[in-house]
Design a protein around this ligand. Structure first.
Ligand code: 8X3
Length: 257
């Protein structure tokens, strides 16, 4: 029997990368998966495999976390049997561009801030009151080593992850006295579509990011996430900072020749 048998786990950005790996890892623990992403087709494709992997049930819906009204109404109008969310994985996020701040594109800034900061806030605001009311819950936010140390040409992305850090800590303070736990997962380089999205489909440029390096895999990160969610209920893991052995912080890498 999985450690999270029958628990409802809500994952945003579940259609790819760390979100999809989380769906797989929580499925293996017997969880009921509430999956949201903009790409509903992709979620529907994933569903049979997740059930096969052990998910107690799967409910997928299209959601753009940037749209506050859509987030609120999606959570309010969940089918009755999906309303009791035990674990929220605030995973939806992205980077756009790698430009000097004074040459940056404001539409890139808007998309990153609207998704990584405002989207995370909207989903949190919609889900956490129910957790407080029911007296149980766990919010797991996707942070980054980028929130710990800013790197050149990444100021706005790094700022969104520094904001996540502040929101994560603030939420934990505000929930003190309730049984709701709050965790930030802060990985370094993870081999996902992250760089492909950042460089808008330029795969040559994206591949260079991971060249001569062993990055973390999405499954490595999902493994840490499930670990935080399966600690005894009085244990709150505040933050997991993790990199591959080839990375020391957001600026230092061991590139093999
Ligand atoms: C992703 C880590 O350093 O590639 O959040 O921006 S990094």
């Amino acid at each position: 029997m999985g450690k999270l048998q029958g628990k409802t786990v809500f994952i945003t950005g579940a259609s790819a990368g760390i979100g999809a790996a989380c769906a797989q890892a929580f499925a293996q623990e017997g969880a009921r998966l509430l999956l949201a992403a903009r790409r509903i087709d992709r979620l529907n494709e994933m569903t049979p495999g997740l059930k096969q992997a052990g998910a107690a049930d799967v409910h997928a819906f299209a959601l753009d976390v940037q749209q506050n009204a859509a987030v609120t109404s999606a959570v309010e109008n969940l089918p009755e049997e999906w309303k009791r969310i035990d674990v929220l994985v605030n995973n939806a996020g992205l980077s756009r561009g790698l430009d000097k701040l004074y040459a940056g594109h404001t539409e890139d800034w808007d998309e990153m801030i609207d998704t990584n900061v405002k989207g995370l806030l909207y989903v949190t605001r919609a889900v956490v009151p129910g957790m407080v009311e029911r007296g149980s819950g766990h919010v797991i936010n996707m942070g980054s080593t980028a929130g710990e140390m800013t790197y050149p040409s990444g100021a706005v992305y790094c700022a969104t992850k520094a904001a996540e850090r502040a929101i994560n800590d603030g939420l934990r303070q505000d929930l003190l006295g309730t049984p709701v736990r709050v965790t930030s997962i802060d990985p370094g380089m993870v081999e996902t579509d992250f760089s492909l999205v950042r460089f808008r489909g330029d795969d040559e440029r994206a591949a260079k990011v991971y060249q001569n390096i062993t990055p973390l895999s999405p499954a490595d990160v999902a493994d840490a996430i499930v670990w935080t969610a399966t600690r005894p209920s009085h244990v709150n893991i505040a933050r997991v900072s993790m990199t591959s052995i080839d990375q020391a912080n957001s600026m230092m890498f061991n590139r093999k020749q």
